[in-house]
Design a protein around this ligand. Structure first.
Ligand SMILES: [Fe+2]
Length: 394
């Protein structure tokens, strides 16, 4: 997906001998995407990486996101104030919206993962609304902080180590098909173009420490919506080197360099990542449109082939009343959406926006979970009617 990186010791050629100082043969581990046709990384282990055995614990089945049938409405969910509602064992996740291509969850963990984890169901992209810590992976450690996107490739063994003093609040985007950066941002050799909204320097890969043993042997694997536990015979953090183009990374949303138009630009101008059926956009502070007659506020629109989800992180959200940091809105296809009453008119003459938000356009209709239903601001749909008065949630 990104430029090749190389860490630690690797042999001159793949699939040739690499030996430890005492002469032992080390174990090559090829991690490949799209069969053997996509990006890959080759790691070298002290021990055989394929010896985990099933634990006696019963699998944990995650609740489906399928509240239905229900009326099509524009909906708004406020993040909960604490993690209490978001902790299906053993992970701290609360799934809100889902279709066959993507699942959106909130996470507000209060402890570091006391186990290793891998998601066989897809890539994970986190948006760190608040919190900091370290993503510890088979391929090394990656620090994260508020404003970061954190990418964890499918099936990569990892765990989150939280900064103790830091309240964590994450949006979790789980993708069934590989995440990539938009093809239009690459030149003919795959390099990011000079007019892309970020450069290779903005992506931070892991650092690889020496092999170590944290004393953890539990390994949870997510597959087909259930969590299954395995036991590792030894520490999995035994990689002494790797190289390749498939690895976890962070990208700060503050590194995203937005485009500014003479008149209002549609969301794909802010495209950041994509996967089959999913476009992820970053809305960041920027000057607004510079046509002397411009209406900077987003126009009412019917984007009839997608559902739109917005996660609001910081700044002022001029086109919406009632949303605040941590809010999630879901505007389904089939119903036009647009600014709240008065916002369209009030935007004339605005020169700057300081909003920070993550937007997803998804191709397949989203269904929602009982958790989402419990978090719903039920007055939201009606709040777009000018005669309905002020929106109730402030
Ligand atoms: Fe929209």
């Amino acid at each position: 997906m990104l430029e090749r990186q190389s860490h630690g010791r690797v042999p001159e050629a793949p699939h040739t001998q690499l030996r430890a100082v005492d002469g032992r043969l080390l174990y090559e581990h090829c991690i490949t995407r799209q069969g053997f046709d996509g990006p890959y990384t080759i790691a070298y282990h002290e021990r055989r990486p394929h010896e985990a055995l099933p634990a006696a614990d019963a699998p944990v089945t995650l609740p489906p996101a399928n509240v239905s049938p229900e009326r099509l409405l524009r909906r708004h969910y406020a993040s909960p104030r604490s993690a209490l509602d978001l902790e299906p064992f053993p992970r701290h996740r609360g799934r809100l919206l889902e279709n066959a291509d993507v699942a959106l969850s909130l996470a507000m963990p209060t402890r570091s993962d006391p186990f290793y984890f891998a998601n066989a169901d897809g890539d994970e992209l986190y948006f760190i609304h608040s919190g900091s810590g370290v993503l510890r992976t088979l391929l090394g450690d990656l620090s994260y902080r508020a404003g970061d996107y954190v990418y964890v490739p499918r099936s990569l063994l990892h765990r989150f180590v939280l900064d103790a003093a830091s309240a964590q609040h994450w949006l979790v985007i789980e993708l069934r098909q590989p995440l990539d950066i938009p093809r239009a941002y690459r030149n003919s050799v795959g390099q990011l173009r000079l007019d892309a909204p970020y450069s290779h320097r903005d992506f931070r890969g892991p650092t690889l420490p020496a092999p170590r043993d944290e004393g953890l042997r539990d390994f949870w694997l997510k597959t087909q919506g259930s969590l299954q536990k395995y036991l590792l015979p030894a520490s999995p953090l035994d990689v002494i080197g790797w190289d390749g183009s498939l690895y976890p990374f962070t990208l700060s949303i503050d590194a995203f360099k937005p485009k500014v138009g003479k008149v209002h630009l549609p969301p794909p101008a802010h495209a950041t990542f994509e996967a089959k059926g999913v476009l992820i956009c970053s809305f960041v502070p920027r000057p607004l449109d510079f046509h002397e007659q411009a209406v900077p506020c987003p126009y009412p629109h019917s984007s009839v082939d997608v559902d739109e989800v917005l996660f609001y992180s910081r700044g002022g959200f001029t086109s919406r009343r009632g949303v605040g940091p941590g809010s999630i809105s879901h505007h389904p296809r089939g119903l036009p959406h647009g600014p709240h009453p008065g916002a369209y008119e009030a935007s004339v003459g605005s020169k700057h926006t300081d909003e920070v938000a993550v937007m997803l356009d998804v191709t397949l209709p989203l269904t929602r979970s009982a958790l989402a239903e419990s978090l719903e601001d039920v007055g939201y749909h009606g709040s777009f009617v000018a005669s309905a008065g002020s929106h109730s949630t402030g």
